[in-house]
Design a binder for this molecule. Sequence first.
Ligand SMILES: Cc1cc2nc3c(=O)[nH]c(=O)nc-3n(C[C@H](O)[C@H](O)[C@H](O)COP(=O)(O)OP(=O)(O)OC[C@H]3O[C@@H](n4cnc5c(N)ncnc54)[C@H](O)[C@@H]3O)c2cc1C
Length: 513
Amino acid sequence: MMLKVTSAADVTSAHIDLDVDAVIIGSGAGGAVMAYELAAAGKSVVVLEAGSYVPSTQFNETFPDMLELLYEEKGNQATKQGDLLVLQGRCLGGSTVVNGCVTFRVPDFILEKWGKEYGLTNLTPEILSPYFEKVERNLSIHINQPHEINENSRKLEAGARALGWSVKPLSRNIKDCALTGHCLSGCKTDRKQSMLVTYLPWACHHGAQIFTDTFAARIVTENGRAKGVQATMVDPVTKHKVADINVKAKVVIAAAGAVQTPLLFLRSEIANSSEQVGRNFACHPSTMIVAQFAQDIFTWRGAMLGVYVDEFEHPDKGGFVLEGGGAGPIELGMSTEPGTGKAYLDFMSRAKNYASCISLIHDHNVGRVSLVDGEKQIDYQIADADFPAMKAAFKAAAKIYFAAGAERVFLPTGDKRVIESEEQIDTVVDGIENHPFALRMVSYHPQGTMRMGSDPAKSVVNPYGETHDVKGLFVCDASLFPTSIIVNPQESVYALSNYIADRILEDANDYFA
Ligand SMILES: Cc1cc2nc3c(=O)[nH]c(=O)nc-3n(C[C@H](O)[C@H](O)[C@H](O)COP(=O)(O)OP(=O)(O)OC[C@H]3O[C@@H](n4cnc5c(N)ncnc54)[C@H](O)[C@@H]3O)c2cc1C
């Protein structure tokens, strides 16, 4: 199916005026599903995407090049404190183009919590299950088959099994995986079922119009109702403005992701009577733990993510998961070896002997995204209450690796910490204190800044995705999650976006009259 896109290079007029049923800001997980569902129901739809259209023929499997081409701030988006990178895609298809393909449904115990604490009694596993099933069908989501579990993941699996801990193959949205391990650089063979090769072309087939290089600056409202969006199209090479784009729409849907959606609302000065816009930022701060084995592993060979340890997933059991994730020698070193002199050379010379896994924790929503002098600021420091989960994850990973026969384990700390034997695990890990730069962390999963809930005083968006304050203004991206969900979020964003699309269409007479 054809992906039809209007980019800066295609535009000759300095002003573009559009009048449609729905305008969607952002073309990632939330935006693409919304675009398809509304367009397939016969609505006229415009998608505005700040990033460029980068066809997969330009993906070259060289990570530094792809960080520049496909990621927000060329991969350098960080918190104000500077100790946490917040990675997001900035291209047509958003973060789905660069993500690791892992898929999970939001855990039932999280939905239960959302029902009890945030009034989201509509989001039960029974109600959401058809949405998850549909997305799973549409995106070829399947449990990793034996050939998709590489030697790296087999070490995690063997160690967890030896300890009697629950370990399972991951599910992924990929068709006939080529096992190259380059997911985070974009899938050049289009096997990853990202939005670029699925929902966006499907939306175009039903008439959706897509404008890339187009940054939505403000949402326009009138008498408490959404009316449209003002956007600017910028040439990605010269950085010069090419056109102003004004979209008049009956429904406005924000899907710019958990960092940019709140900024869009703050710039527009709307829907913030709760003063919660930009607050409650969570991000699953993630680390990589590396273990050295006597035999060859080549962690970067094969499917990037194979199995995960879910033994500690529930907050009562620790609130973290470990996923067998491969990485190239440079990334292994960046996580665990400060990088100078003989120690660094020794570390790198043994690159083929390492296994690695990533930890994700169920963090509290303590962060904030705000505009400071008109500029984006992300404030987030791992809460003291969350630090024990981080340390418990290190201990569990180290135990697993020693049970699988590791010779030593390298921790993802700012200063170098190596565990030489199982007996040393507790002492070495207990010595880590929570302060900036104590850990080498990355976030792949920003969420929570436009909290969904039934109480307008405590949330921005109601249980059906519409803002409490402005009629016809919806949010359908990862910013909706009222709490972190521990597991990788893309599938939950797809399902929630489809759920919200259906609610909009159910009330079509009201919204599209
Ligand atoms: C490196 C990496 C690996 C990941 N791995 C996994 C994984 O394995 N499994 C998983 O479940 N999740 C993974 N994720 C996370 C997952 O991809 C995201 O949670 C999901 O895509 C979020 O969807 P979204 O719609 O909120 O935002 P996004 O998919 O990020 O889309 C937001 C879009 O909005 C655009 N935008 C922003 N501001 C504006 C504006 N003002 N105007 C117009 N457009 C704008 C952006 O350019 C972007 O294209 C990963 C993410 C990254 C970065």
